[in-house]
Design a binder for this molecule. Sequence first.
Ligand code: NAD
Length: 316
Amino acid sequence: MNKILITPKSFPVTMKEPIELIQAAGLEPIYNHSGRTLTEAEIIELSKQDVVGIIVGVDPISAHVLDSLPQLKAVSKYGMGTDNIDCKRAEELDIEVRVAAGTNNVSVAELAIGLIFAAARKIPTTVAEVKNGSWKRVMGNEITGKTLGIIGAGQIGREVALRARGLCMNVIVYDPYLQDASFFQERDIEISTSLEELLGVSDFVSLHVPATPTTTHIINKTTLGYCKPSCYLINTSRGELVDEEALYDALINNKLAGAAQDVFSIEPPSPNHKLVELDSFILTSHTGAYTQEAVERMALRATENLLSMLKEKSHR
Ligand code: NAD
């Protein structure tokens, strides 16, 4: 029997609908029981017999993996962001790749807003103080009337913009690939054509671009230099977007007020990482899409996408 490998750790295995769809298509699911992201070798080992489709999280679907699985027909991303998939090699091998668009944008946007509050009101530091028996207060900042600069005006960037407007923030976006500005114009959101200008006027900067060769280290020593010293950086997108050495320097030299990330260059970071030890740096464990609502939507959409790709291929 042909099989489907399901790698995401958060895939809701007790949810009936995706499994019923897979079984109705005459396929057998194989799960990742390791409790962590799989390695290339593990993906190959699990998939080398009869796996025709993979539902993948952040596990590496490299050229080596794709070349090692001649029977593989389709890869379905459980969420957005194909930076862990070698899409060029997949196309060369006629392996189709599809993302589960629109399934986790609300969850990630809500976390980005949560991190804005966490950074501005120093919530993690204050909670740690109280838990350690202290009643020390750490002065924070209001967000009302402040300017949020959003880099990347896609699905998540738009949801963040909507919520920030609801919180009485001014919003400015930068996205050189934006085709239709009406969503932003209708909500009194400024569109900037200059990253330098956006960084210079923002009190909070939130990153919502994919990790690509162009966006890698989009936040670096030079671009951090455009920011106000009172600015907070929020990154719920990908660790690769930020030059962490430059961010560390900016934080310890008071050139940036703080940073809050859900992602890191290497996840998890090594113990006692100098950036993670700073009070002005908040890190959550890549939890943006990890809500009950989002995992259920991602599981169903990724399954539907995979089955439809396999069906289309069988009709060719
Ligand atoms: P999207 O494709 O809808 O939007 C990305 C936007 O970035 C597009 O509008 C694109 O034009 C813009 N863009 C690309 N290059 C740019 C550049 N150099 N400068 C400015 N804008 C640029 O994607 P999305 O659904 O909004 O997701 C954004 C990213 O969020 C994903 O690629 C993924 O890396 C990340 N993400 C993280 C989590 C998490 O758990 N933390 C979950 C889902 C997605």
